[in-house]
Design a protein around this ligand. Structure first.
Ligand code: ADP
Length: 397
C-alpha cells in the first residue's frame, strides 16, 4: 500500500507519498500561497528532477486537485493511478483531551477536531480544510488524523495544570497540551534503540529546535512534561515567539502600545523571540553570523536562547530524577553545531559532556557525547511524515 501524507496549513499544503512495502518516499512536495495570488507547487519525485508549477488556486480543494494530477502525471508523477493510494494520513495540530493516539476520521472525529477550533484557531481550521478537500477527492479510501498533541496526553495534572482558577480548565479547556508530539515520539523511540534499552525503561529529554521549538521529558515510555503549553507560545525562545515571559508584560504592553488582544497575540507570536530580540532575523543562521561579526544584540539573543534551553534541561533532569540521553532534532538541532555546543557547555555537573569534535556534524544519527559522559547526547533527524504514514497504514490495513 502507498500512503499519502498531507500537512495542510492556512496557505500551504505539504505532502509526501510513502510506499509502505519498504517505507521509501516516492515524492515530496509543497503547494505554497494557496488562496493568494502567485500559488506555486514544488514537486520532487525521487530520482527525477524537481518540477515547479505556477497556477493561481482559490482554495485547498483546488490545491489538492493539482497535487493529485501531479502524482499521476506520466512524466514526473510517482504513481500510475490514484488507485495505488490506499489511505491518506493528515497532520492535525490539536486533538484536545480527546485523542491520545491517531484515529480513522469519521463524522465524530471531525466534530471533535472542529470543537478544537476555539483553542487552536490558527491551525485546526486549515487542517480541516485539507481533510475535507482530500475526502471530497478521495472518498473511497480511509483518512487518518495524527495529532501533534496526542503523544503529550500522558502528562499528569502536576505538569498540565496552570495555577489559575480551576473552572477555566473545566469551562474553557485552559491547560497545557504541548505540540510537536509526532516529532518527539519519533526521536524518543529512535533514541531508545540507540541506547540499546527498552523504550519503556528510558529517561529521555528531546529537544525539537526549529523555527518553532519545544522540549519534552519522557520517562518509562510516557511524556511527563513538555515546554509548549495551552498554545505553542509557551516555553523556549523561538524564531518569532517569546516563549515564557511574565504574563503581566502582556497587559502592560497592550496599554503602552495600544494593542487589542489579537494584535497582542500577533506581537508575542510573530514579532518577538529571536527576531525581536536580535533585530536581525528569525533565522539562527543569520543571528550566528551577525554575532560572529560583533553584533551585540545578536550575542545577547543567543545567550538568552542557550540559557532557556539549559534551564529546561535542568528542570527536566530534576523531574525525571536523572536522564539517559538528550536528543537534538529539527532544523536547528540537526544542523546548528554552535548551538548544540553552547547548550551543552558547562553541564558536566549533570553528567553531560559533549565531544566538540564529534559534534561537528549535520543531519546524521550520531552520539556526540564523550566516552565518559554519563548522559548520551544524540543527534537524530526527525521524521514526522514517517510516523504519520506508519500510523495511517496501521489503522487503514
Ligand atoms: P519549522 O519546521 O519550525 O519551520 P525547521 O525545523 O525546518 O523549522 O527549522 C528551521 C530553522 O532551522 C531555520 O529557521 C534556522 O533557524 C534553523 N537552521 C537550519 N539550518 C541551520 C544551521 N546550519 N545553523 C543554524 N540554524 C539552522
Amino acid at each position: 500500500m502507498k500512503v499519502l501524507v498531507v500537512n495542510a496549513g492556512s496557505s500551504s499544503i505539504k505532502y509526501q507519498v510513502v510506499d509502505m512495502t519498504d517505507e521509501s518516499v516516492l515524492a515530496v512536495g509543497l503547494v505554497d500561497r494557496v488562496g493568494i495570488p502567485g500559488t506555486t507547487l514544488d514537486h520532487s519525485p525521487m530520482g527525477k528532477d524537481k518540477v515547479t508549477i505556477k497556477k493561481d488556486l482559490p482554495d485547498h480543494t483546488a490545491g489538492m486537485e493539482l497535487v493529485l494530477q501531479v502524482l499521476v502525471n506520466e512524466e514526473y508523477g510517482c504513481i500510475k493511478s490514484m488507485d495505488e493510494i490506499g489511505a491518506v494520513g493528515h497532520r492535525v495540530v490539536h486533538g484536545g483531551e480527546a485523542f491520545a493516539a491517531s484515529v480513522v476520521i469519521d463524522d465524530e472525529v471531525k466534530r471533535v477536531i472542529k470543537d478544537c477550533f476555539e483553542i487552536a484557531p490558527l491551525h485546526n481550521p486549515p487542517n480541516m480544510m485539507g481533510i475535507e478537500a482530500c475526502q471530497r477527492l478521495m472518498p473511497n479510501v480511509k483518512h487518518v488524523a495524527v495529532f501533534d498533541t496526542a503523544f503529550h496526553q500522558t502528562m499528569g495534572p502536576a505538569n498540565f495544570m496552570y495555577a489559575l482558577p480551576y473552572d477555566v480548565y473545566e469551562k474553557y479547556r485552559v491547560r497545557r497540551y504541548g505540540f510537536h508530539g509526532t516529532s518527539h515520539f519519533y526521536v524518543a523511540h529512535r533514541a531508545a534503540e540507540m541506547l540499546g534499552k527498552p523504550y519503556e525503561e528510558c529517561k529521555i529529554i528531546t529537544l525539537h529546535l526549529g523555527n518553532g521549538a519545544s522540549m519534552a521529558a519522557i520517562k518509562d515510555g510516557k511524556v511527563i512534561d513538555t515546554s509548549m503549553g495551552f498554545t505553542p507560545l509557551e516555553g523556549l525562545v523561538m524564531g518569532t515567539r517569546s516563549g515564557d515571559i511574565d504574563p503581566a508584560i502582556v497587559f502592560f504592553l497592550m496599554d503602552k502600545l495600544g494593542m487589542n488582544s489579537s494584535e497582542a497575540n500577533n506581537y508575542f507570536n510573530k514579532k518577538s523571540g529571536m527576531l525581536g530580540l536580535s533585530g536581525v532575523s528569525n533565522d539562527l543562521r543569520d543571528i550566528l553570523e551577525a554575532a560572529g561579526s560583533g553584533n551585540e544584540r545578536a550575542k545577547i539573543a543567543l545567550d538568552v536562547y542557550y540559557n532557556k534551553v539549559k534551564g529546561y534541561i535542568g528542570n527536566y533532569i530534576a523531574k525525571l530524577n536523572g536522564v539517559d540521553c538528550l536528543v537534538f532534532t529539527a532544523g536547528v538541532g540537526e544542523n546548528a553545531i554552535d548551538i548544540r555546543e553552547n547548550v551543552c557547555s558547562n553541564l558536566d555537573y549533570l553528567g553531560i559532556k559533549m565531544d566538540v569534535e564529534k559534534n561537528k556534524v549535520r543531519g546524521k544519527e550520531v552520539d556526540v557525547a564523550t566516552a565518559d559522559s554519563k548522559v548520551r547526547i544524540f543527534l537524530i533527524p526527525t521524521n514526522e511524515e514517517l510516523v504519520i504514514a506508519r500510523d495511517t497504514f496501521g489503522l487503514a490495513k
